[in-house]
Write a protein that binds this ligand. Structure first.
Ligand code: PHE
Ligand code: NA
Length: 512
């Protein structure tokens, strides 16, 4: 068997893992979720989810990945097959390849908007906007710009994005594929070494700029910070806020996708996972609540006030980052420069995450089907290019795919990770595997969290989602939703066939 790749250094590994976690989720999704759920009301469920679900499941995923590195496999397909002697295990493990693969199809598309926006800021082609009291007039040029670039104003089934949007998507895809083609250490790790420090520098410059803004009627950054950090305990009784907080914790930590498992499979079999996992999570949380929480929301509260900020967030996932913030920057000195920094920051954060979303598919092709890296990247590139036409051109498909894989699927997969490791395999052995060879000791109460509390909470989350969201999701009959569903089904069939092919060969080999 070919020798699997490995990370070059510990600092490189931590930066790559931080790059995996820190993404559009930190700077675009978090502010919208927080603003949409009452700011201070969001943060308590968020912190509790982090401790009871995020960190324990993150360690589980790291442990599964390190277990895989011992065996020379980098996806849940093979890892589940080792842990659970049942032929279905590997098909369940396929979730850890298909979820990131389906997510990256639209993630790279949104990432490509950030590249387009940073380019347009640089050449001074973002709209200008009048300074007015009326928030929707203030935002109008920017909402037109987004709608025009992404073609969302089309009336039928098909979106009509601008040509430059398509071109920037192709460029973004090629950048991703090139990094993957260079490999784990010379590609992913090296990019993280440059991109991560830059992300922090850019975010801190933007944060300082936002903190020195004030509105004519006297609002300043303290109003923005107060919105997020004044605890509002009344929200604790609202299940929607809990679901949103847990969903954000999963998304931002990259937990429940399979992408952490794959990155962890490139460490040495006796390397630490406890400190590495915690370090990655800490850096991500700093980037999320400190940096991500201090740019778009704070600027919007200063300029538009709290009620309008909540309204902007509730109108769409991209409105804070692609409309409110650039509209604010459009009316400050050197605003193009700050817009440029903002979108470049998003692009760097996006790239270091999208390559992480791609790597499970690469690892699957390499480890299970014996593809070379070049061949794996080529296959992935062809697939992504074709598949991306669905979110780019089909109205409603992105949301449908995002619901099934990006919201529902990852909770299901996280539940399987915990249950297969701690219930089907063996909880004592799982704990031993998790706590061996680490540089810090994982406190023993995490054993109970991992075995009982986290899976229990995941089941509660799945049940409440099923009650709350499935009925309206399943009754959607627009063609876009159907195309999204068919896409997921086709993807699953392809995955099954590839596993059959891989394991068929394997049995053939052992018989001869
Ligand atoms: N954590 C990333 C973000 O915050 C998203 C992501 C999920 C990246 C899973 C890789 C794997 O944007
Ligand atoms: Na993140």
């Amino acid at each position: 068997m070919v020798k699997r790749e490995q990370w070059g250094s510990r600092i490189g590994l931590i930066l790559a893992v931080a790059g995996n976690a820190i993404g559009l989720g930190n700077f675009l999704r978090f502010p919208v979720q927080a603003a949409d759920h009452g700011g201070g009301a969001f943060m308590i469920p968020y912190m509790i989810s982090l401790i009871l679900l995020g960190i324990p499941l993150l360690w589980i995923e790291w442990a599964l990945g390190r277990f895989g590195s011992k065996k020379g496999h980098g996806t849940a397909v093979a890892v589940f097959d080792y842990l659970w002697k049942n032929p279905v295990a590997k098909y369940i493990g396929l979730l850890g390849v298909l979820i990131p693969l389906a997510v990256v199809v639209y993630y790279t598309y949104i990432e490509s908007w950030t590249l387009l926006y940073s380019f347009f800021s640089l050449i001074g082609k973002l709209p200008s906007t009048p300074v007015t009291e009326n928030v929707s007039d203030y935002l109008k040029p920017f909402s037109h710009f987004l709608v025009e670039k992404t073609g969302q104003d089309a009336s039928g089934l098909f979106l009509t994005p601008a040509l430059e949007t398509y071109i920037f998507f192709v460029i973004t895809l090629l950048i991703n594929l090139y990094i993957l083609y260079r490999g784990v250490s010379a590609g992913i790790e090296k990019v993280a070494k440059y991109a991560m420090p830059l992300i922090f520098v850019m975010a801190i410059i933007l944060m300082i700029r936002v903190f020195t803004l004030s509105s004519p009627d006297g609002r300043n950054f303290l109003d923005g910070l107060g919105f997020l950090w004044n605890p509002d305990f009344s929200a604790l009784t609202n299940p929607k806020v809990w679901l949103a907080a847990a969903g954000q914790v999963f998304f931002t930590l990259s937990v429940g996708f399979g992408a952490i498992l794959t990155y962890a499979s490139y460490i040495k079999p006796k390397d630490d996972i406890a400190l590495n996992g915690l370090a990655g999570a800490s850096v991500n949380e700093f980037a999320e609540v400190i940096l991500g929480g201090s740019i778009a929301i704070v600027a919007s509260v200063i300029f538009f006030g709290i009620p309008a900020t909540a309204m902007i967030a509730s109108n769409g996932a991209f409105n804070l980052g692609f409309m409110a913030l650039p509209a604010i920057f459009a009316n400050i000195p050197y605003g193009e420069f700050f817009s440029f920094l903002w979108f470049l920051l998003l692009f760097f954060a996006g790239v270091t995450s999208s390559i992480a979303l791609c790597q499970p598919a690469i690892a699957f092709l390499e480890d299970e089907l014996g593809f070379s890296r070049q061949k794996s990247v080529l296959a992935l590139g062809i697939f992504l290019f074709i598949a991306a036409h669905i979110p780019i051109f089909i109205k409603g498909a992105l949301d449908e795919i995002d619901f099934w894989v990006g919201t529902f699927g990852l909770v299901v997969f996280a539940l399987f990770e915990a249950v297969i490791f701690f219930w089907i395999y063996n909880s004592k052995e799982a704990w031993k595997e998790l706590t061996r060879d680490n540089d810090i000791k994982i406190p023993y109460f995490f054993y109970y969290i991992m075995k009982y509390i986290a899976p229990g909470l995941l089941i509660i989350i799945l049940i409440s989602w099923s009650i709350e969201m499935l009925p309206s999701q399943l009754t959607k009959t627009d063609p876009g939703a159907w195309i999204g569903r068919i896409f997921i089904v086709i993807l699953t069939i392809i995955g099954f066939l590839l596993i059959k092919a891989a394991w068929g060969n394997r049995n053939g080999r052992t018989h001869t």
